[in-house]
Design a protein around this ligand. Structure first.
Ligand code: IPM
Ligand code: MG
Length: 359
Protein backbone atom coordinates (compact mmCIF):
# COMPACT_ATOMS: atom_id res chain seq x y z
CA UNK A 1 0.00 0.00 0.00
CA UNK A 2 1.32 3.45 -0.88
CA UNK A 3 2.05 5.67 2.08
CA UNK A 4 2.31 9.46 1.89
CA UNK A 5 3.81 11.86 4.42
CA UNK A 6 1.84 15.09 4.60
CA UNK A 7 2.73 18.12 6.70
CA UNK A 8 -0.21 20.19 7.94
CA UNK A 9 0.33 23.92 8.44
CA UNK A 10 -3.01 24.82 9.99
CA UNK A 11 -2.05 28.45 10.56
CA UNK A 12 -4.36 31.09 11.99
CA UNK A 13 -8.01 32.13 12.12
CA UNK A 14 -10.23 29.57 10.41
CA UNK A 15 -7.11 27.62 9.30
CA UNK A 16 -7.37 24.85 11.93
CA UNK A 17 -11.12 24.34 11.34
CA UNK A 18 -10.90 23.97 7.58
CA UNK A 19 -7.77 21.80 7.64
CA UNK A 20 -9.50 19.43 10.10
CA UNK A 21 -12.32 18.88 7.59
CA UNK A 22 -9.90 18.42 4.69
CA UNK A 23 -8.01 15.77 6.68
CA UNK A 24 -11.29 13.99 7.37
CA UNK A 25 -11.97 13.85 3.64
CA UNK A 26 -8.41 12.78 2.80
CA UNK A 27 -8.63 9.93 5.32
CA UNK A 28 -11.89 8.70 3.85
CA UNK A 29 -10.40 8.95 0.35
CA UNK A 30 -7.35 6.97 1.47
CA UNK A 31 -9.63 4.18 2.74
CA UNK A 32 -11.51 4.05 -0.53
CA UNK A 33 -8.48 4.16 -2.80
CA UNK A 34 -6.15 1.97 -0.72
CA UNK A 35 -3.38 4.31 0.30
CA UNK A 36 -2.37 5.61 3.69
CA UNK A 37 -1.35 9.01 4.98
CA UNK A 38 0.99 9.87 7.84
CA UNK A 39 0.52 13.40 9.16
CA UNK A 40 2.91 15.74 10.85
CA UNK A 41 2.16 19.31 11.93
CA UNK A 42 4.26 22.46 11.93
CA UNK A 43 3.70 26.12 12.74
CA UNK A 44 3.50 28.94 10.21
CA UNK A 45 2.25 32.52 10.48
CA UNK A 46 0.77 34.10 13.58
CA UNK A 47 0.80 30.92 15.63
CA UNK A 48 4.51 30.53 14.87
CA UNK A 49 5.12 34.11 15.97
CA UNK A 50 3.34 33.40 19.26
CA UNK A 51 5.12 30.10 19.90
CA UNK A 52 8.58 30.66 18.40
CA UNK A 53 8.91 34.43 17.87
CA UNK A 54 9.20 34.12 14.07
CA UNK A 55 6.59 33.50 11.35
CA UNK A 56 8.60 30.70 9.71
CA UNK A 57 10.63 28.56 12.12
CA UNK A 58 13.54 26.49 10.72
CA UNK A 59 11.83 23.33 11.89
CA UNK A 60 8.80 24.09 9.70
CA UNK A 61 10.97 24.44 6.60
CA UNK A 62 12.80 21.18 7.39
CA UNK A 63 9.58 19.23 7.93
CA UNK A 64 8.02 20.57 4.71
CA UNK A 65 11.14 19.74 2.70
CA UNK A 66 11.05 16.15 3.92
CA UNK A 67 7.33 15.62 3.19
CA UNK A 68 5.60 14.28 0.10
CA UNK A 69 3.32 17.29 0.21
CA UNK A 70 2.12 20.16 2.40
CA UNK A 71 -1.42 21.31 3.21
CA UNK A 72 -1.81 24.86 4.47
CA UNK A 73 -4.89 26.47 6.05
CA UNK A 74 -4.44 30.24 6.18
CA UNK A 75 -2.25 32.76 7.98
CA UNK A 76 -2.66 36.23 9.45
CA UNK A 77 -4.97 38.23 11.67
CA UNK A 78 -5.38 41.62 13.34
CA UNK A 79 -3.35 40.50 16.34
CA UNK A 80 -0.13 40.57 14.28
CA UNK A 81 -0.97 43.48 11.95
CA UNK A 82 1.18 46.04 13.70
CA UNK A 83 4.41 44.00 13.57
CA UNK A 84 7.17 45.11 11.18
CA UNK A 85 6.87 43.66 7.64
CA UNK A 86 9.49 40.93 8.02
CA UNK A 87 7.86 39.61 11.21
CA UNK A 88 4.27 39.52 10.00
CA UNK A 89 2.50 36.18 9.39
CA UNK A 90 2.48 36.92 5.63
CA UNK A 91 6.29 36.97 5.69
CA UNK A 92 6.09 33.33 6.80
CA UNK A 93 3.94 32.51 3.79
CA UNK A 94 6.33 34.22 1.38
CA UNK A 95 9.22 32.56 3.20
CA UNK A 96 7.88 29.03 2.80
CA UNK A 97 7.11 29.70 -0.90
CA UNK A 98 10.71 30.83 -1.36
CA UNK A 99 12.28 28.10 0.78
CA UNK A 100 10.52 25.35 -1.16
CA UNK A 101 11.06 27.15 -4.53
CA UNK A 102 7.33 27.04 -5.25
CA UNK A 103 7.52 29.15 -8.39
CA UNK A 104 4.26 28.04 -10.02
CA UNK A 105 0.93 28.82 -8.41
CA UNK A 106 -2.11 27.24 -10.04
CA UNK A 107 -5.47 28.79 -9.21
CA UNK A 108 -8.45 27.30 -11.01
CA UNK A 109 -11.68 29.31 -11.15
CA UNK A 110 -14.84 27.80 -12.54
CA UNK A 111 -18.58 27.86 -12.20
CA UNK A 112 -19.89 25.24 -9.79
CA UNK A 113 -23.30 24.40 -11.25
CA UNK A 114 -25.18 24.40 -7.92
CA UNK A 115 -23.70 27.82 -7.11
CA UNK A 116 -24.52 29.51 -10.39
CA UNK A 117 -26.86 31.90 -8.57
CA UNK A 118 -24.04 32.95 -6.25
CA UNK A 119 -21.97 34.43 -9.08
CA UNK A 120 -22.27 38.21 -9.19
CA UNK A 121 -22.27 38.00 -13.00
CA UNK A 122 -25.47 37.86 -15.03
CA UNK A 123 -26.27 34.60 -16.81
CA UNK A 124 -25.81 36.12 -20.25
CA UNK A 125 -22.26 37.15 -19.28
CA UNK A 126 -21.34 33.75 -17.88
CA UNK A 127 -22.54 32.31 -21.21
CA UNK A 128 -23.10 28.79 -20.03
CA UNK A 129 -19.93 28.29 -18.11
CA UNK A 130 -16.27 29.14 -17.67
CA UNK A 131 -13.23 27.24 -16.51
CA UNK A 132 -10.10 29.34 -16.07
CA UNK A 133 -6.69 28.32 -14.77
CA UNK A 134 -4.66 31.25 -13.46
CA UNK A 135 -0.95 30.42 -13.40
CA UNK A 136 0.74 32.91 -11.13
CA UNK A 137 4.54 33.24 -10.84
CA UNK A 138 5.10 32.91 -7.10
CA UNK A 139 8.73 33.38 -6.11
CA UNK A 140 9.81 36.45 -8.05
CA UNK A 141 8.77 39.92 -9.09
CA UNK A 142 7.86 42.72 -6.73
CA UNK A 143 7.09 40.31 -3.87
CA UNK A 144 10.74 39.32 -3.67
CA UNK A 145 12.46 42.36 -5.19
CA UNK A 146 14.46 44.98 -3.35
CA UNK A 147 12.39 47.25 -1.15
CA UNK A 148 13.10 49.94 1.32
CA UNK A 149 12.49 53.35 2.72
CA UNK A 150 14.49 56.49 2.46
CA UNK A 151 14.22 60.16 3.12
CA UNK A 152 14.78 62.56 0.24
CA UNK A 153 15.20 66.19 1.31
CA UNK A 154 13.27 65.52 4.47
CA UNK A 155 10.42 63.80 2.60
CA UNK A 156 9.71 60.18 3.50
CA UNK A 157 9.64 57.72 0.59
CA UNK A 158 9.39 53.97 0.07
CA UNK A 159 10.01 51.69 -2.92
CA UNK A 160 9.51 48.11 -4.11
CA UNK A 161 11.05 46.73 -7.28
CA UNK A 162 9.70 44.43 -9.95
CA UNK A 163 12.45 42.38 -11.57
CA UNK A 164 12.24 39.19 -13.60
CA UNK A 165 15.06 37.16 -15.12
CA UNK A 166 14.64 35.29 -18.39
CA UNK A 167 14.92 31.84 -16.73
CA UNK A 168 12.21 32.80 -14.22
CA UNK A 169 9.88 33.82 -17.04
CA UNK A 170 10.77 30.78 -19.15
CA UNK A 171 9.93 28.25 -16.46
CA UNK A 172 6.57 29.78 -15.55
CA UNK A 173 5.69 30.20 -19.23
CA UNK A 174 6.36 26.48 -19.77
CA UNK A 175 3.98 25.61 -16.92
CA UNK A 176 1.33 27.74 -18.63
CA UNK A 177 1.90 26.19 -22.07
CA UNK A 178 1.92 22.65 -20.71
CA UNK A 179 -1.34 23.15 -18.82
CA UNK A 180 -2.91 24.73 -21.91
CA UNK A 181 -1.88 21.68 -23.96
CA UNK A 182 -3.86 19.46 -21.58
CA UNK A 183 -6.88 21.79 -21.63
CA UNK A 184 -8.32 23.94 -24.44
CA UNK A 185 -4.93 24.93 -25.89
CA UNK A 186 -5.34 28.66 -25.28
CA UNK A 187 -2.83 30.66 -23.26
CA UNK A 188 -3.23 34.33 -22.37
CA UNK A 189 -0.08 35.98 -21.07
CA UNK A 190 -0.94 39.01 -18.97
CA UNK A 191 1.48 41.90 -18.54
CA UNK A 192 1.77 45.69 -18.61
CA UNK A 193 4.20 45.84 -21.52
CA UNK A 194 2.92 49.26 -22.59
CA UNK A 195 4.57 50.72 -19.48
CA UNK A 196 6.88 48.33 -17.63
CA UNK A 197 10.28 47.17 -18.86
CA UNK A 198 9.97 43.95 -16.84
CA UNK A 199 6.72 43.26 -18.72
CA UNK A 200 8.42 43.85 -22.07
CA UNK A 201 11.01 41.20 -21.19
CA UNK A 202 8.16 38.97 -20.00
CA UNK A 203 6.36 39.27 -23.33
CA UNK A 204 9.50 38.71 -25.46
CA UNK A 205 10.38 35.63 -23.44
CA UNK A 206 6.90 34.13 -23.59
CA UNK A 207 6.93 34.61 -27.38
CA UNK A 208 10.29 32.78 -27.59
CA UNK A 209 8.98 29.85 -25.52
CA UNK A 210 5.77 29.68 -27.58
CA UNK A 211 7.86 28.30 -30.47
CA UNK A 212 8.16 25.06 -28.48
CA UNK A 213 4.37 24.78 -28.26
CA UNK A 214 2.97 25.36 -31.75
CA UNK A 215 -0.31 23.64 -30.82
CA UNK A 216 -1.12 26.29 -28.19
CA UNK A 217 -2.77 29.53 -29.28
CA UNK A 218 -0.95 32.34 -27.46
CA UNK A 219 -2.33 35.82 -26.91
CA UNK A 220 -1.16 38.79 -24.84
CA UNK A 221 -3.30 41.07 -22.74
CA UNK A 222 -2.56 44.10 -20.60
CA UNK A 223 -3.50 43.54 -16.98
CA UNK A 224 -6.03 46.35 -16.82
CA UNK A 225 -7.82 44.97 -19.86
CA UNK A 226 -7.69 41.46 -18.38
CA UNK A 227 -9.33 42.68 -15.18
CA UNK A 228 -12.12 44.10 -17.32
CA UNK A 229 -12.43 41.06 -19.62
CA UNK A 230 -12.82 38.75 -16.62
CA UNK A 231 -16.11 40.40 -15.74
CA UNK A 232 -17.14 41.12 -19.34
CA UNK A 233 -16.58 37.72 -20.94
CA UNK A 234 -14.88 35.18 -18.68
CA UNK A 235 -15.48 32.23 -21.01
CA UNK A 236 -12.90 33.61 -23.47
CA UNK A 237 -10.12 32.41 -21.13
CA UNK A 238 -8.53 29.01 -20.76
CA UNK A 239 -5.09 29.38 -19.11
CA UNK A 240 -3.78 32.77 -17.93
CA UNK A 241 -0.08 33.10 -17.11
CA UNK A 242 1.14 36.17 -15.27
CA UNK A 243 3.49 37.69 -12.74
CA UNK A 244 3.30 37.40 -8.96
CA UNK A 245 1.52 40.70 -8.28
CA UNK A 246 -0.84 40.62 -11.27
CA UNK A 247 -1.67 36.98 -10.47
CA UNK A 248 -2.47 37.86 -6.88
CA UNK A 249 -5.00 40.46 -7.98
CA UNK A 250 -6.51 38.63 -10.95
CA UNK A 251 -6.95 35.36 -9.06
CA UNK A 252 -9.07 37.08 -6.40
CA UNK A 253 -11.20 38.55 -9.15
CA UNK A 254 -11.48 35.21 -10.95
CA UNK A 255 -12.50 33.52 -7.73
CA UNK A 256 -15.24 36.01 -7.00
CA UNK A 257 -16.94 35.64 -10.36
CA UNK A 258 -17.24 31.93 -9.64
CA UNK A 259 -19.47 32.72 -6.67
CA UNK A 260 -17.41 32.58 -3.52
CA UNK A 261 -13.78 32.94 -2.61
CA UNK A 262 -14.56 30.16 -0.11
CA UNK A 263 -14.64 27.60 -2.92
CA UNK A 264 -11.33 27.91 -4.69
CA UNK A 265 -8.24 25.81 -4.23
CA UNK A 266 -4.63 26.34 -5.21
CA UNK A 267 -1.47 24.40 -5.84
CA UNK A 268 2.03 25.82 -5.50
CA UNK A 269 4.58 23.71 -7.31
CA UNK A 270 8.35 23.50 -7.68
CA UNK A 271 10.32 21.39 -10.11
CA UNK A 272 10.05 18.40 -7.80
CA UNK A 273 6.78 16.59 -7.36
CA UNK A 274 6.00 17.77 -3.88
CA UNK A 275 4.04 20.96 -3.53
CA UNK A 276 2.07 23.14 -1.20
CA UNK A 277 -1.72 23.23 -1.35
CA UNK A 278 -3.95 25.87 0.15
CA UNK A 279 -7.30 27.58 -0.29
CA UNK A 280 -6.91 30.95 -1.97
CA UNK A 281 -8.93 32.74 0.72
CA UNK A 282 -7.47 34.17 3.90
CA UNK A 283 -7.78 33.38 7.61
CA UNK A 284 -11.16 35.19 8.02
CA UNK A 285 -10.54 36.27 11.63
CA UNK A 286 -14.09 37.68 11.83
CA UNK A 287 -15.61 34.20 11.77
CA UNK A 288 -12.74 32.16 13.26
CA UNK A 289 -13.71 29.73 16.01
CA UNK A 290 -17.43 29.86 15.18
CA UNK A 291 -17.34 26.66 13.13
CA UNK A 292 -19.12 28.26 10.18
CA UNK A 293 -16.23 28.59 7.71
CA UNK A 294 -16.51 26.95 4.31
CA UNK A 295 -14.01 24.04 4.18
CA UNK A 296 -14.56 23.30 0.48
CA UNK A 297 -11.61 25.29 -0.88
CA UNK A 298 -9.30 23.33 1.42
CA UNK A 299 -10.98 20.05 0.53
CA UNK A 300 -10.55 20.90 -3.16
CA UNK A 301 -6.90 21.72 -2.43
CA UNK A 302 -6.53 18.14 -1.22
CA UNK A 303 -7.93 17.02 -4.58
CA UNK A 304 -5.28 19.11 -6.34
CA UNK A 305 -2.62 17.55 -4.09
CA UNK A 306 -3.76 14.07 -5.07
CA UNK A 307 -3.61 15.03 -8.74
CA UNK A 308 -0.37 17.02 -8.94
CA UNK A 309 1.82 15.57 -6.16
CA UNK A 310 0.56 12.14 -5.16
CA UNK A 311 -0.31 10.69 -8.55
CA UNK A 312 -3.85 9.69 -7.53
CA UNK A 313 -5.97 11.30 -10.27
CA UNK A 314 -9.00 9.10 -9.63
CA UNK A 315 -9.05 9.96 -5.96
CA UNK A 316 -8.82 13.65 -6.92
CA UNK A 317 -11.80 13.34 -9.23
CA UNK A 318 -13.76 11.45 -6.57
CA UNK A 319 -13.33 14.38 -4.17
CA UNK A 320 -14.34 16.91 -6.81
CA UNK A 321 -17.46 14.87 -7.61
CA UNK A 322 -18.31 14.56 -3.92
CA UNK A 323 -18.02 18.34 -3.48
CA UNK A 324 -20.44 18.91 -6.35
CA UNK A 325 -22.85 16.35 -4.90
CA UNK A 326 -22.66 18.01 -1.50
CA UNK A 327 -23.38 21.42 -3.04
CA UNK A 328 -26.57 20.05 -4.55
CA UNK A 329 -28.04 19.68 -1.08
CA UNK A 330 -26.22 21.93 1.35
CA UNK A 331 -24.13 25.05 1.77
CA UNK A 332 -22.18 26.87 4.45
CA UNK A 333 -23.47 30.41 5.21
CA UNK A 334 -21.22 32.05 2.56
CA UNK A 335 -22.70 30.05 -0.33
CA UNK A 336 -26.09 29.07 1.03
CA UNK A 337 -29.08 29.80 -1.25
CA UNK A 338 -32.78 28.93 -1.03
CA UNK A 339 -33.47 25.25 -1.25
CA UNK A 340 -30.16 24.25 0.31
CA UNK A 341 -29.68 22.91 3.81
CA UNK A 342 -27.57 25.35 5.83
CA UNK A 343 -24.62 23.51 7.37
CA UNK A 344 -21.57 24.38 9.42
CA UNK A 345 -17.93 23.63 8.68
CA UNK A 346 -17.89 20.19 10.31
CA UNK A 347 -21.21 19.12 8.79
CA UNK A 348 -19.92 20.09 5.35
CA UNK A 349 -16.83 17.90 5.89
CA UNK A 350 -19.08 15.00 6.94
CA UNK A 351 -21.34 15.51 3.94
CA UNK A 352 -18.44 15.41 1.47
CA UNK A 353 -17.22 12.17 3.13
CA UNK A 354 -20.71 10.73 2.81
CA UNK A 355 -20.83 11.58 -0.90
CA UNK A 356 -17.40 10.09 -1.68
CA UNK A 357 -17.52 7.04 -3.90
CA UNK A 358 -14.77 5.00 -5.51
CA UNK A 359 -14.35 5.47 -9.28
C1 IPM B 1 -2.44 35.07 -1.65
C2 IPM B 1 -2.42 36.07 -0.53
C3 IPM B 1 -0.96 36.34 -0.15
C4 IPM B 1 -0.28 36.90 -1.38
C5 IPM B 1 -0.77 37.28 1.05
C6 IPM B 1 -1.50 36.76 2.27
C7 IPM B 1 0.66 37.52 1.34
O1 IPM B 1 -3.09 37.21 -0.89
O2 IPM B 1 -1.95 33.94 -1.47
O3 IPM B 1 -2.97 35.40 -2.71
O4 IPM B 1 -0.35 38.11 -1.64
O5 IPM B 1 0.37 36.13 -2.08
MG1 MG C 1 -4.07 37.12 -2.76
Amino acid sequence: MKEYRIVLLKGDGIGPEIVTEAVKVLNKTADLFDFSVIYDEADLGGIAIDKHGVPLPEETVAKCKAADSVLLGAVGGPKWDTLPGNLRPEAGLLGIRGALSLFANLRPAMIFEPLRAASPLKDEIIKGSFDIMVVRELTGGIYFGERGREEIDGIKAAYDTEMYTVPEIERIARVGFELAQKRNKKLTSVDKANVLESSRLWRETVIEISKEYPDVQLSHMYVDNCAMQLVRNPSQFDVIVTSNLFGDILSDEASMISGSIGMLASASLNDKQSGLYEPIHGSAPDIAGQGIANPLATILSVAMMLRYSLDQPKAALAIENAVNEALNVAGTPDIYTDGMRKVNCCEMGDLVCEKLVKI
